[in-house]
Write a protein that binds this ligand. Structure first.
Ligand code: TRP
Ligand code: SF4
Length: 397
């Protein structure tokens, strides 16, 4: 398997501290370890907000500027905009031919959003949005897709679509010949395990046999291509044209907003990366605290206080001790505690805001995006050639 990572973010408003400690922190880590593709999912935003499209190009640029300011490195990661790589749309169309309607309708996000978002979502685009996501992913053949928990069913769905695609279009004479040759070259023991698994899985649908064979294949130290051929053979009698990606769960930043609920744009309780010190100070000053601390002399418990959830992310261990001790003994007041927090958040945000100013002054974001779009498109185009070929369409030269 390759070591490629792909993930997307909807351009819905400003990046805030919840993103910084969750998605962005995770992306920053991944860009050191893997070949990363991160994109602004502007078409996705239209699936729900078609009536009020707020995603002007400026918003996508703005979002990528925030990523860069927050430490995503355009040298290491490819940053691009979905709508600038039309191959996503082509793959979406081609996959729509084999996409079972019932599966789309069963996805939990479909029902939940239809119920919760107060607008007409009886549209083709909204129903198909998880398939668009599958196309976003499969165009890059990533091994891993970092997402939040709510998106896990979409990755599972993507795997099902890829499996179906490989099954329908992946076979063929060339493939069978390749499997035979590959098997012949294996040590006898491994060959037997794989053939046994193939029989068991094909005839009886025995999952355990398949698992065993897949583990065996991993251990043989074969080339990526050979492994793919064997995996395809064992599991589906098909070439792995679209490799199945794994979801990798983004660790949730347990970060509360200014009203004590999860920090989220829809609750209007965020602290944005671009907030100035005076704004941050005001927002934090208004934050709720442990309800048990009605008076300055009442002791409190940090665990019951949203201010503490921010200290956990933005303050150093010495301050953690100071808060815990001072809060529980009523040795410190909430005003002091909040002041300290606001200072610490500002310390973290100051270099980010400075970088943003620099990026804006240099005007480099347009070039970064253009280069990213191009790099992304080169990869997606290659996949689309394979997909067109597999679906017996004319392949351009
Ligand atoms: N659907 C995701 C969201 O709403 C965003 C997204 C679009 C995405 N395409 C993707 C995430 C591909 C990962 C991979 O958050
Ligand atoms: Fe919250 Fe700090 Fe007040 Fe304790 S002292 S209740 S942690 S704001």
């Amino acid at each position: 398997m390759n070591n490629r990572v792909l993930s997307g973010m909807r351009p819905t408003g400003e990046i805030h501290l919840g993103h910084l400690c969750g998605v962005i922190a995770n992306w920053r880590k991944m860009q050191d370890e893997s070949e990363c593709f991160f994109f602004v999912a502007d078409w996705h935003a239209l699936t729900t907000d078609y009536a009020a499209p707020g995603n002007s190009p400026a918003n996508a640029d703005e979002m990528i500027t925030s990523w860069l300011a927050a430490g995503i490195d355009a040298q290491r990661a490819t940053l691009f905009i979905q709508s600038q790589v039309p191959e996503h749309a082509e793959l979406h169309l081609l996959l729509s031919m084999i996409c079972p309607l019932a599966k789309l309708m069963q996805l939990p996000t479909y029902k939940e959003q239809k119920e919760n978002l107060n607008r007409d979502l009886d549209t083709y685009g909204f129903l198909g949005y998880p398939l668009l996501q599958s196309a976003d992913i499969l165009a890059y053949k990533p091994s891993q897709v970092p997402v939040g928990e709510d998106q896990l069913p979409h990755i599972e769905f993507t795997r099902e679509i890829a499996r179906r695609f490989n099954h329908l279009y992946g076979g063929g004479e060339g493939f069978v010949k390749q499997v035979k040759e590959t098997l012949r070259a294996l040590p006898a023991e491994a060959r037997k395990t794989i053939e046994r698994a193939y029989q068991a899985y094909r005839q009886d649908g025995e999952e355990s046999a398949l698992t065993l064979a897949l583990a065996e294949i991993e251990q043989l130290g074969l080339s990526t291509k050979t492994q793919a051929v064997l995996r395809g053979y064992c599991a589906y009698d098909a070439e792995e044209i679209l490799p199945l990606p794994d979801a990798c769960l983004t660790p949730a930043a347990k970060l509360l907003g200014t009203d004590g609920r999860k920090m989220s744009k829809s609750y209007n309780n965020t602290i944005a990366l671009s907030d100035e010190p005076s704004v941050i100070f005001k927002k934090i000053a208004r934050m709720q605290t442990d309800p048990a601390r009605k008076l300055r002399t009442d002791p409190g418990e940090p665990k019951n206080c949203p201010v503490w959830s921010l200290h956990e992310h933005f303050s150093e261990p010495a301050t953690h001790q100071w808060v815990k001790k001072g809060c529980r003994s009523a040795g410190i007041g909430c005003v002091e505690c909040k002041k300290k927090l606001a200072d610490n958040i500002n310390t973290v945000l100051q270099p980010i805001q400075q970088r943003r100013d620099e990026i804006e002054r240099n005007g480099i974001v347009k070039d970064i995006i253009a280069a990213g779009n191009q790099r992304a498109q080169a990869v997606a185009r290659e996949t689309l050639q394979e997909v067109r070929h597999a679906m017996r369409l004319t392949v351009s030269v």
